[in-house]
Write a protein that binds this ligand. Structure first.
Ligand code: G6P
Length: 477
């Protein structure tokens, strides 16, 4: 098998397995943000992607897809439970999102995480050519950089952390806090969404491992043949973005625009459509949003017929208890609000527990006067950027949580603390009542930022830093 010059390692492959009614199996590009983000990177020759195929016990040979080599890593059903649903999404996810849900610390989950990370590291080591680059993605694979460095010291390693990195006071709860930091520090470049995340990481590194940090650099020392060996790792912010141009094109497509008009009509042409689009996750603040909206109806500040909230909550991690419980709570709340306020003609909340193709999402963005992003904690939140990119006529209002990474860049949004329900209600009213002049002023500034820094800049910036280190290392050999 030929080896690749750049290998991406992520929990999931960029494709989904589909089985046609006649039993024929094929692969289809998956709709996720990471896949789109890495598309320009993967389009070049000599690329490979190592990841899980999305189903238990899928043990198949590497294959080519749209010009890139895909290397499936098999996971058994018990491993999906302990590594993916357990340690990744029952321990790390809640801990790193400021313990919005209680993290569970279970030793058997940790052992499985180590074992599966080892398998991913081995697959990457087998796929990359001499002196090549491996770019590891996200919190499911934090141990891969160190494990890979042990297997392939010739390789330059990057890591990007798509979710928040918590303050030391929370991070220090993790029983394996030392091993996880050592795992990440196997990378030459460790990228975060916000400068605050990079800062939290550096503080943990100082406290737990006693390494020296200066600005974006960490001096990583390790004992080598009896003497201290040291190298410099970079830890800094590379905020991820979207392919803004593709959203603009969709927003200008007559079919998508017609669909937006149709959506408004189907909702009974309310004066204001408010929109929420999230994976159904407790980090997204969906309950807070529903509470605020329900109270505004109760107070009579909004009325059904004038205002409708469309809430798309795409199914996610449904076998993890906290997600199943959240779904029940949300559906109870939506049912109650709709039961209290719906009329024969209009609904208060149009709730959709479904995923939609990108065309339909852009039509929804065009139909929505107010976009509600009320995450309690979020690495970046690309929905905020997608909404802004789609509003080519500079209308519409983005209400954005201070606790989403996007708030660092999208400072012209209406910024909100979603825990403050009174404040959230007032800001929703401000958004609903905002003058066209103010909408346009704010939207222009937001669009400038999203268009200036798109996802190709993101991958270019981080790969550039990785490449500088690779060039310097290969020159020393
Ligand atoms: C977040 C994470 C990704 C993850 C995605 C979907 O965006 O940062 O790593 O892939 O959620 O979650 P799932 O568990 O379905 O892969």
């Amino acid at each position: 098998m030929s080896r690749a010059d750049l290998v991406v390692v992520a929990n999931r492959l960029p494709v989904d397995r589909v089985i046609a009614p006649d039993g024929e199996e094929s692969w289809r590009r998956s709709p996720g943000g990471l896949v789109t983000a890495l598309e320009p990177v993967m389009r070049k020759p000599d690329r490979a992607w190592v990841g899980w195929g999305g189903q238990p016990d899928l043990d198949i040979e590497p294959f080519d897809f749209e010009g890139a080599r895909l290397v499936p890593v098999p996971l058994s059903a018990p491993e999906i439970e302990s590594y993916y649903e357990g340690f990744a999404n029952g321990t790390i996810w809640p801990l790193y999102h400021d313990v919005i849900a209680a993290p569970v610390y279970r030793r058997s989950w940790w052992e499985s995480y180590v074992q599966v990370n080892r398998r991913f590291a081995q697959a990457a080591a087998d796929a990359v050519e001499q002196g090549g680059v491996v770019w590891v993605q996200d919190y499911q694979l934090q141990l891969v950089p160190k494990l890979l460095r042990e297997l392939r010291p010739d390789v330059t390693i990057g890591y990007f952390h798509h979710i928040p990195f918590p303050a030391y006071g929370l991070y220090s709860q993790l029983p394996w806090r030392r091993q996880v930091l050592e795992g990440l520090l196997g990378a030459d470049v460790i990228g975060f969404q916000r400068q605050a995340d990079a800062g939290n990481f550096q503080r943990s590194v100082r406290r737990v491992l006693h390494h020296t940090t200066r600005s974006n650099e960490i001096v990583v020392t390790s004992p080598q043949d009896g003497k201290e060996d040291s190298r410099v790792a970079i830890a800094k912010a590379y905020p991820i973005s979207i392919d803004a141009q593709s959203y603009i094109e969709l927003a200008q497509d007559p079919k998508v625009r017609a669909r937006a008009v149709e959506i408004r009509e189907q909702l009974g042409n309310p004066k204001t459509i408010l929109l929420g689009v999230d994976r159904l996750d407790y980090t997204k603040g969906i309950r807070h949003r529903l509470k605020a909206f329900g109270e505004l109806l109760q107070d009579g500040r909004l009325t059904v017929g004038d205002a409708t909230l469309v809430q798309v909550a795409s199914p996610s991690r449904q076998r993890v208890d906290a997600y199943a419980e959240l779904r029940d709570e949300i559906e109870l709340t939506v049912g109650r609000i709709n039961g209290d306020y719906d009329t024969m003609h209009h609904t208060a909340i149009r709730y959709l527990h479904q995923g939609f193709p990108r065309e339909e999402m852009v039509a929804l963005y065009l139909a929505a006067d107010v976009m509600l992003v009320t995450a309690l904690r979020d690495g970046m939140n690309l929905v905020a950027k997608e909404y802004v990119a789609a509003r080519t006529d500079n209308t519409g209002v983005l209400l954005l949580s201070e606790f989403a990474g996007a708030a660092d860049e999208l400072t012209s949004a209406l910024l909100v603390n979603p825990h403050d329900i009174g404040g959230l209600k007032d800001l929703i009213m401000r958004a609903v009542e905002m003058s066209p002049g103010e909408q346009s002023r704010r939207m222009r500034a937001l669009r400038r930022r999203v268009l200036e820094h798109d996802v190709e800049d993101w991958s270019h910036d981080i790969l550039n830093d990785i490449d500088k280190i690779r060039t310097a290392r290969n020159a020393r050999r």
